[in-house]
Ligand binder design. Sequence first.
Ligand SMILES: NCc1ccc(-c2ccccc2)nc1
Length: 264
Amino acid sequence: MRIDVVTIFPDYLRALELSLIGRATTGGPLEIGIHDLRKWTHDRHRTVDDTPIGGGAGMVMKPDVWGEALDELLSAPPPARPDHEADQGGQGGGPSQGGAPVLIIPTPSGEVLTQRIAEDLATREHLVMACGRYEGIDARVAEHYASRGVEVRELSIGDYVLNGGEAAALVIIEAVARLLPGVLGNPDSVVEESHGASGLLEYPVHTRPVSWRGLEPDPALLSGDHGRIRRLRRDQAIARTAQRRPDLISRLDPASLDSADRAA
Ligand SMILES: NCc1ccc(-c2ccccc2)nc1
């Protein structure tokens, strides 16, 4: 997968070149390109914004500058893919959706990112992320590329407003990139995690010391009885989900709640 990020604060995205994601980019399953939007300006002041048509506070990012940047990045050839990855669907499941790039625009007015959306994006070959600042990007940019048949995803990462799309882009990229084969240290840990296949929140985890400040985990965890431990953890996950995220309980497939027993 290749991810291109366009921003007026390229240094904000340098974190991607560190840690887990950073390791995956050196000849791994992930290529990342960070681009300064001002590269596509032509005036002396490298202007990227202007006052809103129709009035209102703040500034809006100019469609013409964004158009030059996205024309270039969206038409770039898809990343070369080694043969063994021909049908690599990654943890996102399913075959790759082919090389057509997806234009992702982080925005407070977008659809909220979910694990399902991350899994879908993890099957793509090329993501182009447009990070807005100020009051956002001129709405005609998303409209234009959608009308040209580009898949445009305006994504929110939650119901709050940030100063720009960069922090949201980091969240979206991490949620997607960690699903790619070879990026996550232990692929098994993708299975039992909050918002994973079970649709439940993750059960509470513990490690040594067994007794800490007078607190100890449920004795079942020390029993060595794996069926009993599996059932305890399922019950803990259900209880935690019901308490903290009742909205997730209503979406659950009842059959998935018994899978812990069947897996025993
Ligand atoms: N849902 C998180 C989120 C994403 C993007 C923005 C944003 C703010 C200003 C300009 C451009 C994007 N705000 C919140």
